[in-house]
Write a protein that binds this ligand. Sequence first.
Ligand SMILES: Nc1ncnc2c1ncn2[C@@H]1O[C@H](COP(=O)(O)OP(=O)(O)OP(=O)(O)O)[C@@H](O)[C@H]1O
Ligand SMILES: [Mg+2]
Length: 392
Amino acid sequence: MSKRETGRYESTSAGGEQVRAFVPHALPPAGPPIVIEGELAERVRAAEQALVRLELAGEMVPSLDWFIYAFVRKEAVLSSQIEGTQATLMDLLNYEAESDAPPPNADVEEVCNYLDALTFAREQLADPSGLPLSMRLLNETHRLLLRGVRGENKQPGEVRRSQNWIGGSRPGNAAYVPPPPNALPEVLSAFERYIHAEDSLPPVVRAGLLHVQFETIHPYLDGNGRIGRLLVTLLLEHWRLLTRPLLYLSLFFKRHRQEYYRRLNAVRVDGDWEAWLDFFLDGVATIADEAVATSRDLFTLVTADRQRVIHHTGVNLLAVQLFERLPSRPIVTAPWVVEALSTTKPTAGRAIEALEAAGVLVETTGKKRDRVYAYQAYLDRLRAGTELGDEG
Ligand SMILES: Nc1ncnc2c1ncn2[C@@H]1O[C@H](COP(=O)(O)OP(=O)(O)OP(=O)(O)O)[C@@H](O)[C@H]1O
Ligand SMILES: [Mg+2]
């Protein structure tokens, strides 16, 4: 039994076949509307409280740079893994350690694009004369996301002009056929209107609704998942639930991929917004609490290591300064240290040696020249957070 009708079907031709495309009704859900009570109200409260804890965990840290660095990169790596790319945190950090080399492969390029896209969107929103949260902003963000090798022929920055489908080898056996291109202007402007509309639903709920609506509309030829997740990040910031992009839902969606897809489908097929919200809010609470734990973990490590560095014999001011740079740059080379700390080669070498002796830096290449040093314990903790749970 369907809970409510969430859209209409339109016959359209795709790949030479006639198929039924789905055109979602405008948000908020109606007939019946969503009522926040009982278990759902509990879920909302739990998600909101977890976000408050996360916001506070962010504020406890004296310097936020490295903290955000870790989360943003993690999200980027995970997001790209969902897409099927193989970039690992190590690939990315290694690449960033080699200052001006071009990205070594399409995976790393994709992750860098994600970072650029997120940074761009946040800057626009923070700038009073920047773009508001709108399709124009998402399009520009999409342009950055799909720049380069993989995205080239996927119309970066543009809403699709052709019929697409999800799952299946052709439109006829697809899991889902999104709205036909001629319906996009209408559904996308309704989508935009709801972002800025007055609504009594809690913002975290609205973010969940908008994510589904975005995936259902599937406005781009590719990158809909990544932009749809970025949208959640941007909405939480826009509605002041978090002041920094500290929530990376990719991990949750990836861990529960089957359920994620099932719940998306159930909104369309059964009108079951409530089950989706249950899943989504659980994800927000779970991931926020994991982020709090990770941030504490990283913070504790850096604090303990700082003490060790300061009290280690042979450590000078430059070594301490280098140490303070490591959380936002956990892989370094001697030339980078020379440049970053405006010093000479021999002094940079001594600073690196001192941190090696203090057990903070580890040389990773085993080579005599072009050596690369890693803040290994820190990387281990960062990496731990990108591993998946059981469901696979
Ligand atoms: N049955 C479905 N109904 C609606 N949306 C779906 C369905 N199955 C998957 N999706 C959405 O489509 C996204 C994938 O679309 P697309 O390939 O355009 O995005 P992506 O960013 O390239 O990939 P990914 O999300 O896997 O990183 C999924 O992340 C999910 O949000
Ligand atoms: Mg894709």
